[in-house]
Design a protein around this ligand. Structure first.
Ligand SMILES: *[C@@H]1O[C@H](CO)[C@@H](O)[C@H](O)[C@H]1NC(C)=O
Ligand SMILES: *[C@@H]1O[C@H](CO)[C@@H](O)[C@H](O)[C@H]1NC(C)=O
Ligand SMILES: *[C@@H]1O[C@H](CO)[C@@H](O)[C@H](O)[C@H]1NC(C)=O
Ligand SMILES: *[C@@H]1O[C@H](CO)[C@@H](O)[C@H](O)[C@H]1NC(C)=O
Length: 501
């Protein structure tokens, strides 16, 4: 900055031509050519809040006049230190009272303190202090740390599945180079490009970074972290945001009746299960056929391991006949949203037999299985018993063979008798199987069985004996055949010939 200082000196000289001879001569007389002003620092970088040390030394002795520290040059200059008024100065002397060391300290540097500082020696004249020498200037840059970041979320709670925007902000930093990273539970997430705007003062910047995140139900325990890195920071600045602050998980609502159906005049419980909601406050209202019921306050919600809440509200109802078919509705209002409802219809069992007392549906079905098993077993036993009885009866009947002949009905009139040319007699047969008697009967087939039919009159001869196939004894009228009458084994009928008197 020596050229600037020299140029100013030149301008001062030109602007005060009348003074030139006096100044030049005076300079020659009063100035000490060996006078030296040294401002060795060309550039200084300081972090806001710290103390800035600006060094300047001058040689002892003449000329007489104060030393000042100016910030800026020209019309915009600002006096930082004035040897004549040290108490009102922003800068303070490093070595108090020294005539050669004009090093100053600027404490608690602010971003606005950035600029070029000049150490200037003035010479006292009759008309006032005149600029005599100036240093080359020290360019001071003030680095500013970013403020602690803030993270803001949506102004209203957001349901899972929806996207929410989160913004991380910090400000007052210099230089403008800044880096932001986002994490969700330590996993990096992609953010929008950061936005850098002028900060509170012209020497600093503000930054804003936004991420869009689709929320999930299990984000209740998750947190977002904004991490800011800047040249002034030895460690990054972090700010976390718990997603539970803005997440709203609506409950699921389910009403059930226990027992269902309920016996007449018994007490039935309607339960309303309100599950998986966040935050953990709900209002539960019961309606009976649309009319609000006076139920006590519901139990407090309990927290699940996932961080959600649940509660069960119960109302007891007497299952009188008039209430059969009544509708019980559970209304749940969560976080000022529209109510979520679930309903159930009271079912009163028509009879006590239908009632299931077991509140445990598994237990009742087990009971049904056992009952069905028992009934089936009893039925099976019954069938076996009946079969056994039939068998026993059959074997008993066979044990006493008998044959009873039905004489043609005399009372039915002569026409009946005359219409029956064979004039046969019907017989009930109950035969004992016996071995065939070869001497008496002509054998037709090996499968045939034989039986004797004893009529009231003893047969006169072998010719009058009749045989029958016992597998299918079916007596019917048949055309008269010459006796004895050998039958085919396949016959399903037999002729019984009774000698008429
Ligand atoms: C500083 O500013 C004042 C007026 O504001 C001006 O008179 C003076 O010449 C300036 N000094 C320098 C060294 O520029
Ligand atoms: C910059 O940030 C500061 C706080 O850090 C804030 O007061 C100011 O309003 C912000 N300015 C802009 C332009 O964002
Ligand atoms: C049920 O209660 C009503 C009156 O409360 C009564 O008239 C009726 O007999 C009761 N029925 C049974 C099956 O107990
Ligand atoms: C209740 O209503 C159901 C269906 O309308 C019916 O089957 C049942 O018998 C009724 N119960 C009584 C106790 O009337």
């Amino acid at each position: 900055m020596a050229p600037l200082c020299a140029a100013l000196l030149a301008r001062l000289l030109l602007g005060q031509l009348s003074l030139v001879p006096a100044w030049l001569s005076g300079a020659g007389a009063q100035a000490d050519p060996s006078f030296q002003l040294r401002q060795p620092q060309k550039e200084m970088s300081v972090i806001a809040g710290e103390t800035l040390t600006l060094t300047c030394t001058v040689s002892a002795g003449r000329p007489v006049g104060p030393v000042k520290w100016l910030k800026g040059w020209g019309s915009g200059n600002e006096t930082i230190y004035d040897q004549k008024e040290p108490s009102s100065s922003r800068g303070t002397r490093a070595v108090n009272g020294s005539n050669t060391d004009f090093t100053i300290l600027i404490r608690d540097v602010r971003p606005e303190d950035a600029g070029t500082y000049y150490c200037v020696k003035f010479r006292k004249t009759d008309t006032g202090d005149e600029l005599y020498r100036c240093g080359e200037g020290t360019v001071v840059s003030v680095q500013a740390r970013p403020s602690n970041p803030t993270v803001s979320g949506p102004s209203r709670r957001v349901e899972p599945g929806k996207t929410a925007s989160f913004t991380c902000k910090t400000g007052g930093f210099f230089p403008s180079d800044i880096h932001v990273k986002w994490f969700k539970d330590r996993a990096p997430i992609q953010a929008q490009p950061i936005l850098i705007t002028p900060g509170p003062s012209n020497f600093t910047y503000n930054m804003s970074s936004t991420v869009n995140l689709t929320l999930q139900k299990d984000d209740i325990r998750s947190e977002l972290t904004c991490e800011v890195r800047h040249a002034t920071l030895t460690a990054p600045l972090n700010r976390s945001y718990h997603l539970s602050h803005i997440l709203r998980v609506p409950p699921s609502v389910l009403v059930a009746q226990f027992p269902d159906p309920v016996g007449l005049n018994k007490t039935v419980n309607f339960t309303c299960d309100v599950q998986g909601f966040y935050p953990g406050s709900v209002t539960v209202t019961w309606l009976e056929n649309g009319t609000e019921m006076n139920t006590g306050s519901p139990p407090r919600p309990t927290e699940t391991p996932e961080g959600l809440f649940e509660l069960r509200s119960t109302v007891a109802v007497q299952a009188v006949q008039e209430k059969n078919g009544s509708v019980f509705t559970c209304w749940v209002v969560h976080e000022g949203q529209d109510p979520i409802g679930s309903r159930a219809t009271l079912r009163v069992a028509a009879s006590y037999q239908k009632e299931s007392n077991s509140p445990n549906p598994n237990g009742s079905s087990l009971f049904i299985y056992v009952a069905v098993g028992v009934v089936c077993t009893v039925l099976a036993l019954l069938v076996v018993a009946i079969l056994y009885l039939i068998r026993a009866k059959q074997s008993k009947g066979k044990s006493s063979p008998s044959a009873r002949l039905h004489e043609p009905e005399k009372s039915s009139g002569t026409t009946t008798q005359e219409s029956d040319p064979n004039n046969l007699t019907y017989a009930d047969l109950n035969f004992t199987k016996e071995k065939k008697n070869i001497q008496r009967i002509i054998e037709v087939s090996q499968q045939s069985e034989y039986a004797c039919i004893q009529s009231s009159q003893a047969p006169a001869s072998n010719d009058n004996l009749t045989y029958a196939d016992l597998d299918m004894v079916h007596l019917s009228k048949a055309p008269r055949r010459p006796a004895p009458c050998p039958e085919e084994t396949t016959s399903e009928y037999a002729s019984v010939q009774i000698q008429q008197q």
